[in-house]
Design a protein around this ligand. Structure first.
Ligand SMILES: NC(=O)c1ccc[n+]([C@@H]2O[C@H](COP(=O)([O-])OP(=O)(O)OC[C@H]3O[C@@H](n4cnc5c(N)ncnc54)[C@H](O)[C@@H]3O)[C@@H](O)[C@H]2O)c1
Length: 324
């Protein structure tokens, strides 16, 4: 049995947002390693998903992470050893349209998880999804983990707050919590067609011109979902042994790209280079350039992305070709 299987076998794991894009991949991986999973999500049974909903190792609860009574009851009754807190309003445009719902889910939801864990005790590791957006705009790139968190717009601020809440629950109450910060995650199973990669792939596969909201020159990290799942799992496994509580980790393959270049790459792989994009140049309240340094994750966790952009995109495109 591998060290991973040994660690996760029969481990009681609570995953919030387990039916989301990243949550589905993480839930599948941990159930394969033998963990007993309780998932909390406000939406169950999405039709377009990679989640293995038939696994006997997963108990799904439909509910709102911003409901403290519910969160507290789940933690009291299920007694998780490990918690992954992913549930969030994860779409920047939705956050602009619904700031209060975003703050309630992303901020109140996070303090519910932290506070219920503090009150109940017994949780060995909590891994919380922050984001590269938590950093806000900085001139010096790539972001390193110790630069200031200063989001300016609703999603970004909700993630700066999420992140700071984790830090205070460690510093004040020594809660074993650590934080992940990633750029744009892509891969099979992302049902959010407002996101660049799913939108660009779907448009191209259906011979439509891809519409770019920004000027196409914004720079971002793009990282394959399985590499991020590896990072989350490593972090939870090593949090106690390496005393990582209160730490944040960036995960990036350190190959930032412009939207136009990424789109060109997708066109090339699908073989439709003639489908030039339509550039609207209408993006508002978005950070123009952001990308992460992941040296800390490589050196401390021994994490390394396994997927080149080419390999990750090919796997993603094949999935959309089959499922959409
Ligand atoms: N995908 C990315 O590029 C990316 C990058 C950086 C950080 N993140 C963060 O990672 C996490 C997962 O992102 P994702 O891409 O899987 O997003 P997602 O939207 O696919 O998943 C989020 C899940 O949370 C659930 N949810 C939303 N509000 C809820 C609530 N009030 N109560 C319970 N469940 C609720 C949704 O139903 C969904 O299943 C999020 O916290 C996101 O902010 C994502």
């Amino acid at each position: 049995m591998s060290a991973k299987d040994k660690f996760w076998r029969k481990k009681k794991v609570l995953i919030t947002g387990h039916e989301g894009f990243l949550g589905s991949w993480l839930t599948n991986a941990l159930s394969e390693y033998g963990a007993d999973i309780c998932g909390l999500d406000k939406t169950l049974g999405r039709p377009l998903s990679v989640l293995n909903g038939n696994s006997k190792r997963i108990t799904a609860i439909k509910g709102d992470v911003a409901n403290f009574k519910l969160v507290k009851t789940i933690i009291l009754q299920f007694r998780p050893q490990i918690i992954f807190h992913l549930a969030a309003e994860a779409i920047v445009g939705e956050s602009l349209r619904n700031p209060v719902r975003t703050f309630r889910t992303n901020i109140n939801g996070t303090w519910n998880i932290l506070e219920a864990s503090r009150e109940n005790g017994g949780v060995e590791a909590i891994v919380v999804a922050s984001s590269d957006k938590a950093y806000g705009t900085h001139k010096n790139l790539p972001y390193k983990e110790d630069v200031a968190l200063r989001g300016e717009h609703p999603y970004d601020v909700s993630k700066s707050c999420t992140d700071l809440l984790c830090q205070t629950y460690y510093k004040t109450y020594t809660l074993p919590v650590c934080i992940t910060r990633c750029g744009n995650i892509y891969g099979p199973g992302d049902y959010h067609f407002s996101r660049l990669v799913p939108d660009a792939i779907r448009s191209t596969l259906s011979n439509k011109q891809f519409v770019i909201r920004s000027n196409g020159k914004f720079t971002r990290d793009y990282i394959f979902v399985k590499d991020i799942v590896d990072g989350y799992i490593l972090l939870a496994q090593k949090l106690q042994a390496l005393e990582l509580s209160g730490e944040a980790f960036n995960f990036s393959n350190e190959e930032p790209m412009s939207v136009l270049d990424l789109h060109e790459k997708i066109l090339g792989i699908i073989g439709k280079k003639h489908l030039k994009p339509r550039v609207l140049d209408q993006a508002r309240f978005e950070i123009p350039h952001q990308y992460l340094c992941s040296r800390k994750a490589c050196e401390i966790l021994g994490w390394k992305g396994r997927y080149s952009l080419e390999k990750g995109l090919k796997e993603t495109i094949e999935w959309y070709r089959e499922h959409v």
